[in-house]
Design a protein around this ligand. Structure first.
Ligand SMILES: [Zn+2]
Ligand SMILES: [Zn+2]
Length: 273
């Protein structure tokens, strides 16, 4: 049997999820998960999150890391890793580098940082609160702009892994052009930047009804020698471990024989498929 891991889990601290660290861990144990990574949303600059429903507040970071460390100590049979999901904000990478480095440097600091592109300008294009903005944009432009930012993020050296790689498809919007060349460029960027990519099962719960990334994009990552990990992007304890079997199957179909569990402080290990 394949070991079950989940490397993308939130908590109520981000303002749009439910459940405490302890509740997610209880759910993970019940689901048979052997390794999990908490990846709470790193605080966004205020102007990107005025209602504070997208990310932790800066002052929440300590409590979050304390909770993860305390609960991890209580459950030595489950590998629990403290991580973050950090936004790539074009033109503001220096701020992100600084905030991520501070979080890594702390006692009981984070071991794993997911990089995400959620913003084009100040538009959170995947936020259901702002979905109507899709009606007045050029979908092809969104895809090109998104992948430009995604490649810059992958090459930035800030992130360990790039989350949900083809997120613009979330609500079903597709480019009118063949994305093959864009996918090849994304694969070169991930390989060049030395990042893992995430196979995310969250898309299976969204209108698109598919894993991120699409099979063709995952195949491009595999050809380029990019490693993979898996995550549910759980925002409720009931979602921990959600459809990870489907992510493993997709990885195997793309040619992968193993995926990576990013353990504490660089103690990464391979999970055989
Ligand atoms: Zn979230
Ligand atoms: Zn997430």
């Amino acid at each position: 049997m394949r070991e079950l891991i989940d490397c993308h889990v939130h908590t109520a601290r981000c303002g749009h999820a439910t459940g405490s660290v302890a509740e997610y861990v209880a759910a993970a144990l019940a689901a048979g998960v052997v390794g999990m990574v908490f990846t709470e949303h790193l605080a966004l600059p205020k102007e990107f999150d005025p209602q504070q429903h997208l990310s932790m507040r800066p002052e929440d970071l300590d409590g979050y890391l304390d909770d993860v460390a305390r609960v991890a100590q209580k459950h030595p049979t489950l590998q629990i890793v403290a991580g973050l999901e950090a936004d790539y904000l074009p033109g503001r990478i220096d701020e992100t580098i600084k905030a991520v480095q501070e979080a890594r440097d702390r006692h009981d600091g984070v071991s794993f940082v997911l990089g995400s592109v959620h913003f084009l300008g100040d538009w959170a294009f995947d936020d259901p609160h702002h979905v109507e903005a899709w009606d007045s944009v050029d979908v092809d432009w969104v895809w090109r702009e998104y992948f430009d930012h995604w490649c810059d993020a992958a090459r930035s050296g800030v992130f360990d892994c790039m989350a949900h790689p083809d997120l613009p498809k979330k609500f079903g919007h597709r480019p009118s052009f063949d994305p093959a060349e864009m996918y090849a460029e994304a694969a070169r960027a991930a390989a060049g930047g030395g990042v893992l990519i995430e196979i995310s099962t969250a898309g299976l719960r969204k209108p698109v009804g598919e894993l991120y990334p699409a099979p063709e994009l995952l195949a491009a990552f595999h050809s380029a020698g990019v490693g993979v990990t898996v995550g549910s992007d759980a925002h409720d304890p009931s979602e921990v471990g959600f459809r990870i079997d489907a992510a493993y199957d997709a990885a195997a179909r793309a040619g992968y024989t193993e995926i990576t569990f990013p353990g504490v402080r660089g103690a990464w290990r391979a999970i055989q498929l």
